[in-house]
Structures are given as C-alpha cells and as structure tokens.
Write a protein that binds this ligand. Structure first.
Ligand SMILES: C[S@@+](CC[C@H](N)C(=O)[O-])C[C@H]1O[C@@H](n2cnc3c(N)ncnc32)[C@H](O)[C@@H]1O
Length: 291
C-alpha cells in the first residue's frame, strides 16, 4: 500500500486513512476504525461466534442493526458479511494446504475481525500476523484480554501508508495475505500498485485473498452501502465486471486469479444462504516458479 517512502530520518505524514475525522456516532477516531467497528457489530449479529462478540462493542452492534434495516432482502444482506469473512478464511485454508515448509498468514488492516484468531486456534502449526494502525491493534488486544490467546498469533502496529509490508515483515515472504474491506478505500488506479506490493511479499505458490466492491452488487444495496460509507469513509474503488480483478491482479504479477460471487462460496463451503452478492471475492495465486 506504500507510495514512495521518504528517507528514514525525515518525519513522515500519516496516510490519509490514518487521519482523524468527524465521528458523529462516537465509533472511532479514523474512518477505517469506524468501519471496523460497524463490521465488528455486524459480525457479532451474524456469526455465531463468541470471539466475534468479544471483539464488538455495544455501540457498534446498535449501529450495525440500524444499517441492516437499510439493506434489501434482509437475510441475504445480513448473511453477506458473515459469508465474506468465513469464505475468505476457507479460501486461505484451501490454498495453504499443499504448501511445503512453515506457513504464515498475514492479515492486513485486520480491524476487529475474529478471523486471524480463529485461524490461529484452528491451525496451531501456522503463524498468524495481524496488522493495523496502532490504536486499533491496542484496542483489539484490550478487547481480547479476557481470552486465553494461542501462541501462534502476533500483532504489528503500523500505518501501511508509511511503512512497507516488506520492512514490517523484515523481508520474510509469507504463504497468504488477506485484506478484507480494504481495497474499496483506494482508487482503482492504486489497486495494481497495492496488489504488486502484496505479490512481492508472498512465497512462490502463495495466495492473496481480498474483496472487491463491484458496481452490480453496490446497486442492489445502495442505501446500506451509503450509510456505511458516511461513517467509514469514502468508497473510491469499485470494479465494473468480474473480469476486472483478473486484469488488475495480472498486472500485479498474479497469473492465476479466481473470482467468486459470495453466493457461490456459500454453496461451496456450506455457509448461510441466501446471500447478497454485494462484492466479489478473489483468490490470486503467485506462480510456483518465476517467469
Ligand atoms: C473497513 S475496516 C476493515 C477491517 C477488517 N478487515 C474487517 O473486515 O472488519 C478498514 C481497516 O483498515 C485499517 N487501516 C486504515 N488505514 C490503514 C493504514 N494506513 N495502515 C494500516 N491499517 C489501516 C483501519 O484501521 C481499519 O481497521
């Protein structure tokens, strides 16, 4: 996600998404943080998981409930986020199962998502690293204080607009990188650069899993999406077709890119249905051999 880096001895400006902005509902300091809070609230409602509930706050749950009333086909709209979160975990698990050697999953802009922790519990031989802005990571760890945390999850506090993922990982290439609810904050022109950054940090055969907001899905749930965007920041990046993520990620170096509708993944992984196809979910594979 990092643009040109100034030399280390010069003060760096925080990235736009890390700046405080108006918070009329007292949800969080930055737009992304408020988005993370609403998403945590929705997950507490739709995922039957104690971790998801622990990671949400009462205010986030109330706002989530309000937002839900704006969605069409209520159950399908509600199911969308649960399916997005769970199916992205499933896609990672499928992709890493045949990879040799130590396995590391990195979740960037993890917010208050329970996925990293749930993967760490489920896959004790896998290392999970979550990255987010310092105040979000600190808040998340406070929320998790009462739980017995597994030893294979760690957190890194960083503004990914200031620090490259490569420097944060100290050059370690990883098996999977997950970014949920992140790409819509960036202009489509930035998506190739962001994808390339993730590509470089993956091991050969590694996978990048992310969601892309798409025009057709957005049209179906405009009111809910606008409400979310008013609290959680401007939506900048939307794709017009199912082919577009493939074109973007091919330019970033990924040769094999699978693009799914959430309803397809709900069917495949036996997740709650019906589900609104609000976004597209992508698993992009780094070639095993260079070239
Ligand atoms: C819409 S939320 C999504 C959170 C989480 N992935 C989820 O699905 O609930 C966007 C997240 O990006 C994080 N974020 C925004 N700008 C960032 C930056 N420059 N560096 C690291 N994280 C950032 C926010 O703090 C927030 O947690």
């Amino acid at each position: 996600m990092t643009k040109q880096q100034p030399p280390d001895d010069q003060p760096q400006k925080p990235s736009e998404t890390a700046l405080p902005s108006e918070d009329p509902l007292y949800l969080g300091r930055t737009a992304g943080q408020r988005g993370a809070e609403i998403l945590a609230g929705i997950r507490a409602l739709v995922l039957n998981s104690p971790t998801a509930r622990t990671l949400s706050k009462p205010r986030g749950r109330v706002i989530a409930q309000m937002m839900m009333t704006l969605l069409p086909h209520n159950t399908a709209g509600l199911n969308f986020l649960g399916v997005r979160t769970s199916s992205m975990a499933e896609l990672v698990k499928v992709a890493i199962q045949d990879m040799a050697g130590p396995t590391t999953i990195v979740e960037v802009a993890a917010g208050f998502s329970p996925r990293g922790l749930e993967l760490a519990f489920e896959l004790p031989e896998v290392q999970v690293i979550e990255v987010d802005l310092p105040d979000v990571v600190q808040d998340k760890r406070r929320r998790l204080r009462a739980l017995d945390l597994p030893p294979n999850i760690t957190w890194k506090e960083a503004d990914l607009g200031q620090v490259t993922l490569a420097s944060l990982l100290e050059g370690q290439q990883v098996s999977a990188i997950v970014a949920e609810g992140l790409l819509p904050y960036f202009e489509p022109d930035d998506h190739v650069r962001i994808g390339k950054g993730f590509f470089d940090n993956l091991l050969p055969g590694g996978v990048f899993v992310a969601d892309y907001l798409w025009v057709e899905g957005f049209e179906q749930a405009k009111d809910g999406a606008r409400f979310f965007s008013r609290q959680a920041g401007q939506i900048k990046g939307m794709v017009e077709s199912e082919e577009r993520p493939k074109e973007i990620l091919a330019k970033a170096g990924f040769q094999s890119v699978d693009v799914y509708r959430p309803s397809e993944l709900a069917e495949r992984f036996d997740l709650p249905r019906p589900v609104l196809d609000f976004e597209l979910i992508v698993a992009a594979h780094k070639p095993v051999k260079a070239g």
